[in-house]
Write a protein that binds this ligand. Structure first.
Ligand SMILES: [Zn+2]
Ligand SMILES: [Zn+2]
Ligand SMILES: [Zn+2]
Length: 331
C-alpha cells in the first residue's frame, strides 16, 4: 500500500511508493528510450493491459477485444490504489494516510499514433468525453477529493510509452498547487468581486499580444508570467469551475482548439516533449465563482536547475509575447 506523507513545514503531500521501492542502481543517468517494438496500447494487444474500466467501442464488439476507439484501463503501476481505507493518522509530529486514490490510463486511439493531433476532431471530442465520464464516475466516491487529468508526451516529459494516452489520478486530498491557485483567485474575488481568470481572458482578447488561438467557446494564450518557454493555457470563455461540466458544443470546440494549439506547438518546436494538465475545482467543492478550470500545456524545453529548486523562481528565456507570435505564425 502506497503512503501519503505530509511535509510538516510546507503542508505538501508526498506519495511514498512503498511497493515500487527502488534500489540506487535502478536510477539510470539517462531515461531508457521509448520502445519502438511491442506496444501494449495497440489494437490486438488488449490482454497486455489490466482489464478495461470503460471503452468506446464499435457496436457488437466484446470488452477487452479489438474494435474500440478509446479504452480506459487501470495503470499497471499505480501511484495510488483504490481499495482500502484512508486511515488518516499521526506519527509523532508527522501526518500520514494510506495511499488511496485512482490511477487510470486513457488510451486515445487503437492506432499507434504518438500525438492527439492526427486524430479527427470528433475523435478528440470523444477523448474529452472520456475524461469527463471518468471524473463524473470517481466523483461519487466520498473518499476522493480531487481529480487531475494529465498527459506526458516524450521520454523527457515522463512518458514510458509513446502511444498517445492520458492519465487520470484522483487523490484523497486537494493538491497544494490547486489549493494555491484557488486561494490566489479567492483573494482577487474577495477584493474585486470577479473571477481573475475571466478578467485575464478579457484583457488578453483585448490586447491580442499573447493570444494563440481563439474560437467561439475557448481561448489559448501564453500567460503573462509564463514559467516556461511556450507555456500555453487553454480556458473556456464562459466561466466554469469544473471541467466535468463541459457541455457538448463546448466539447467539440475544445477538441478543435486543443488540436490546433498542440499542432502549432508540435510544428514550431519540432515535436517537443510536453506535458498538459487540467486544473479543475475539487470534487468536494460546489460550483465556484472565483475558480476557472483550464489546461496548462508545458513544452519541456528547459530543465529545472539549482536556482529554480532553491527559490521557486523560474527563468524563462522566451518572452510569452514572442512565443505567441511564433505560434500564431505557424500555418
Ligand atoms: Zn501502440
Ligand atoms: Zn472565470
Ligand atoms: Zn493551473
Amino acid at each position: 500500500m502506497p503512503e501519503l506523507r505530509k511535509d510538516p513545514i510546507l503542508g505538501r503531500w508526498v506519495i511514498i511508493a512503498t511497493e515500487r521501492a527502488k534500489r540506487p542502481s535502478d536510477f539510470k543517468p539517462e531515461p531508457a528510450p521509448v520502445s519502438r517494438g511491442f506496444c501494449p496500447f495497440c489494437e490486438g494487444n488488449e490482454d497486455k493491459t489490466p482489464p478495461e474500466i470503460r471503452a468506446y467501442r464499435q457496436p457488437g464488439s466484446r470488452g477487452n477485444g479489438p474494435d474500440w476507439r478509446i479504452r480506459v484501463v487501470p495503470n499497471k503501476f499505480p501511484a495510488l490504489q483504490i481499495e482500502g481505507d484512508l486511515d488518516n493518522r499521526g506519527d509523532g509530529i508527522y501526518d500520514m494516510m494510506n495511499g488511496i486514490g485512482a490511477h487510470e490510463v486513457i488510451i486515445e486511439t487503437p492506432k499507434h499514433e504518438v500525438s492527439l493531433t492526427p486524430l479527427s476532431d470528433g475523435h478528440v471530442a470523444e477523448v474529452l468525453e472520456a475524461y469527463r465520464e471518468r471524473l463524473m464516475d470517481l466523483k461519487k466516491d466520498p473518499r476522493l477529493a480531487c481529480g487531475m487529468i494529465f498527459k506526458n508526451v516524450g521520454t523527457t516529459a515522463g512518458a514510458s510509452l509513446e502511444h498517445t494516452h492520458s492519465q487520470l489520478i484522483v487523490t484523497p486530498i486537494v493538491p497544494k498547487r490547486v489549493v494555491e491557485e484557488m486561494d490566489g483567485a479567492k483573494q482577487f474575488y474577495n477584493f474585486r468581486g470577479r473571477c481573475i481568470f475571466c478578467d485575464m481572458i478579457k484583457q488578453e482578447l483585448r490586447s491580442q499580444t499573447r493570444i494563440v488561438v481563439s474560437s467561439d467557446h475557448f481561448v489559448a494564450f501564453e500567460p503573462y508570467a509564463a514559467r516556461f518557454p511556450f507555456e500555453t493555457w487553454v480556458l473556456p470563455k464562459v466561466h466554469s469551475s469544473h471541467f466535468e461540466d463541459l457541455t457538448e458544443p463546448q466539447r467539440f470546440d475544445l477538441a478543435v482548439v486543443l488540436k490546433r494549439t498542440l499542432g502549432k506547438i508540435e510544428k514550431a518546436l519540432q515535436m517537443p516533449p510536453y506535458n498538459y494538465i487540467i486544473h479543475s475545482a475539487p470534487f468536494i467543492e460546489p460550483s465556484m465563482k472565483h475558480f476557472h478550470w483550464h489546461f496548462e500545456i508545458i513544452p519541456r524545453l528547459t530543465k529545472m536547475a539549482g536556482f529554480e529548486w532553491g527559490t521557486g523562481f523560474y527563468i524563462n528565456p522566451v518572452p510569452p509575447e514572442a512565443a505567441a507570435q511564433d505560434l500564431r505564425d505557424v500555418r
